[in-house]
Design a protein around this ligand. Structure first.
Ligand code: PLP
Length: 385
């Protein structure tokens, strides 16, 4: 079956150019870049070249790029590294809609005595900026706020927030796993201290991530061992994946405009047609200020998972904001934090597109969805007769 893959916020296909760039580092250039001999040493310059490409995508200096194994590692390293550097009394500010890769380390630190504040969002998924400002006024803080939400695509105004955190003497980390490669990011203009992203969200393989650490940021490394990555992340470099990520970042920069125009137009057409053709449907999250590739839609009175099963049978991959916990289908923490009404929250699904998607695929989903929704509504215990 040929799949229509609309689940690119979960993971993306590896770009063929990326695979091609990686192959020599499995087959020939497999030496250890830290070796004294030239066979290994020749690999080091490819790592540095990849570092330059990665840095260029986000407006960083190459020396500020630390390669990790994934977005989750980058988030953990950033939060714990900053907290340890700031000392025992530091407070931690985050939001209620972060990915578990931020919420879990923050909650772990709360269990270990730290004061952690999870700031809420409004019904459109927008951060409560008044509360953030109030909290920033009451002492030094490590702040971890996502640039783009993985479920709704809603963007937090990191450009606005970063100077506030700086003025308050805090450290700002942003989980930009969903933002990098989809929207322009220029860290010369936005003074965040640390930023995480992940290869597999931008057409590089799974198993490679980045932690950007601005020069002079207080940071205690978590992974201890060798001196790789200037002592900020020990462990022999994953050369093929680093090279692949460099290529993926180069491609992402080249496709950024297409993401904002063609991909956004495909997403807009998909959601507009579905809103019109499927009664009792709605968009979750701010439609203005969000990623160009993502839509989170609710189809009232039915379960998102049921829709996904039917879509999957037709070769369409999407995802739901719900997690199946102890036999009950609970809406995700993001949808709940937004206060989406019960009847809509359960029928929430996410379509996330990429540069590999086509108009033809969008048309296929538009054609198939109304009948699925109709069939499920007929069976729904929530639909009033
Ligand atoms: N942060 C966000 C916003 C994400 O969407 C994800 C993955 O879905 C992660 C962090 C974790 O990234 P990784 O899968 O590379 O560990």
């Amino acid at each position: 079956m040929k799949w229509v893959y609309f689940d690119n916020n979960a993971t993306t296909p590896v770009a063929p150019e990326v695979v091609e760039a990686m192959m020599p580092f499995f087959l020939n250039l497999w030496g250890n870049p830290s070796s004294m001999h030239a066979f290994g040493g020749q690999v080091a310059r490819h790592i540095e070249s990849a570092r330059e490409k990665v840095a260029a995508l986000i407006g960083a200096d190459p020396s500020e790029i630390v390669f990790t194994s994934c977005g989750t590692e980058s988030n953990n390293a950033a939060i714990r590294g900053a907290v340890e550097a700031m000392g025992r009394n530091v407070r931690i500010l985050t939001s209620r809609v972060e990915h578990p890769a931020v919420l879990s380390p923050c909650r772990y630190l709360r269990e270990h005595g730290y004061d952690v504040v999870e700031i809420g969002v409004d019904s459109e998924g927008r951060l409560d900026l008044d509360t953030l400002r109030r909290e920033l006024a009451s002492g030094p803080a490590v702040v971890s706020l996502m640039w783009a939400n993985n479920e709704t695509g809603v963007l937090f105004p990191i450009e606005t927030i970063a100077p506030w955190v700086k003025a308050a003497g805090g450290i700002l980390h942003t989980d930009a796993v969903q933002a990098v490669g989809k929207i322009p990011i220029d860290l010369r203009k936005v003074p965040v201290d640390m930023l995480s992203f992940s290869g597999h969200k931008l057409h590089a393989p799974k198993g490679i991530g980045v932690l950007y650490i601005r020069r002079k940021t207080r940071f205690v490394p978590w992974m201890l061992g060798g001196h790789q990555e200037r002592g900020r992340r020990a462990g022999t470099e994953n050369t093929p994946y680093i090279v692949g990520l460099g290529k993926a970042c180069e491609l992402a920069a080249a496709y950024l405009e297409e993401e904002r125009t063609r991909v956004a137009a495909l997403r807009d057409r998909l959601e507009q047609e579905l809103l019109e053709r499927c009664p009792d449907s709605r968009i979750n999250g701010d439609r203005q200020y969000r990623l160009p590739n993502t839509t989170n839609m609710s189809f009232l009175y039915i379960e998102g998972e049921a829709i996904l099963y039917h879509l999957s049978d037709l070769g369409i991959a999407a995802s739901s904001g719900s997690a199946c916990t102890s036999g009950s289908l609970e809406p995700s923490h993001v949808i709940r934090a937004m206060g989406v009404p019960y009847t809509a929250a359960h029928g929430s699904i996410r379509f996330s597109l990429s540069r590999y998607n086509t108009q033809h695929e969008v048309d296929y989903v538009i054609e198939k969805m109304p009948a699925i929704i109709h069939r499920l509504r007929v069976l729904s215990p929530f639909v009033r007769s």
